[in-house]
Design a protein around this ligand. Structure first.
Ligand code: KIV
Ligand code: NA
Length: 275
């Protein structure tokens, strides 16, 4: 059978062939992406993409578990990484362990991801020492939207770029097996990728990273607006809208359902259509 990729497999890819990550929130997405990706991220971006929230702050642990379990059921090759949502881990290592162990037990995923650097290092260490692989996430950390004030790129001055370098160093020293680097200039991403003994996974962090991740709905053209760092590989949204418009037209014209969509009923006489 197929052996699913593990956190140590991803860790071992440092400096090698680029690591391919993509978000997946549900079974059909997982089925599409599994064979092409090294890891699938059940990102808390699902709060914005699927649930229509303005930020990821309202996302709950129960939401992450429901979506994470669906992605694990529908995949068999890629490592599944599930985000710890805002409020489930910041209080301290023990709260983080409770949340992360529920995610691991109830979804069957292979790792969790949490946002933050220096102030999260103790938590990362606590989880890793107790059997929970952790992916870090530095730079733009969307759960901090209310203290940042906007989703603007990070690390564009020396103070911020040095803080991001210290954050990455802290979570990696604590045992993170990889670290997502979000929305930073190429200079910052290159310095981190050179300095870190584990893979950097870029999103809006240039081509220098050890791997890349995107939000699937962004790259498929399902979101009306996307950040500069997204390449739209398809326009599924307009394909879907056209299909829905044709369905509505066919229902209104009674051309759907057709005979091929209708169960045979030999003895039945069609009544005269009323005028
Ligand atoms: O929630 C998410 O989708 C993420 C990635 C974009 C890194 O954290
Ligand atoms: Na996230």
């Amino acid at each position: 059978g197929v052996r699913r990729l593990t956190a140590p497999d991803i860790r071992a890819r440092k400096g090698g062939a680029p690591i391919v990550g993509l978000t997946a929130y549900h079974a059909p997405a997982a089925r599409l992406a599994d064979e092409h990706c090294d890891f699938l991220l059940v990102g808390d971006s699902l709060g914005m993409v699927l649930y229509g929230y303005d930020t990821t702050v309202p996302v709950t642990l129960d939401m992450m578990i429901a979506h994470g379990a669906a992605v694990v059921r529908a995949s068999r090759h890629a490592l599944v990484v599930v985000d710890l949502p805002f409020g489930s881990y910041e209080e301290g290592p023990q709260a983080a362990f409770r949340a992360a162990s529920r995610i691991m037990k109830e979804t069957g995923c292979g790792a969790v991801k949490l946002e933050g650097g220096c102030h999260m290092a103790a938590t990362v260490g606590y989880l890793v020492e107790r059997g929970i692989p952790v992916m870090g996430h530095v730079g733009l950390t969307p759960q901090s939207i209310n203290t940042f004030g906007s989703f603007r790129p990070r690390g564009r001055d020396d103070i911020e770029s040095e803080a991001i370098a210290a954050d990455a160093e802290a979570v990696v020293s604590a045992g993170a097996f990889a670290v997502v680097v979000e929305a930073v200039p190429v200079r910052v991403a290159a310095a981190l990728t050179r300095a870190m003994p584990v893979p950097t996974i870029g999103i809006g962090a240039s081509v220098v990273c050890d791997g890349q991740i995107l939000v699937m709905e962004d790259m498929l053209g399902l979101m009306p607006r996307v950040p500069k760092f997204v390449r739209r590989y398809a326009e599924i949204g307009s394909v879907a809208a056209d299909a829905i418009a044709r369905y509505a037209h066919d229902v209104r014209n009674r051309t759907f359902p057709g005979v091929e969509n209708t169960y045979a009923d030999p003895g039945f006489e069609e009544p005269e259509a009323s005028a």
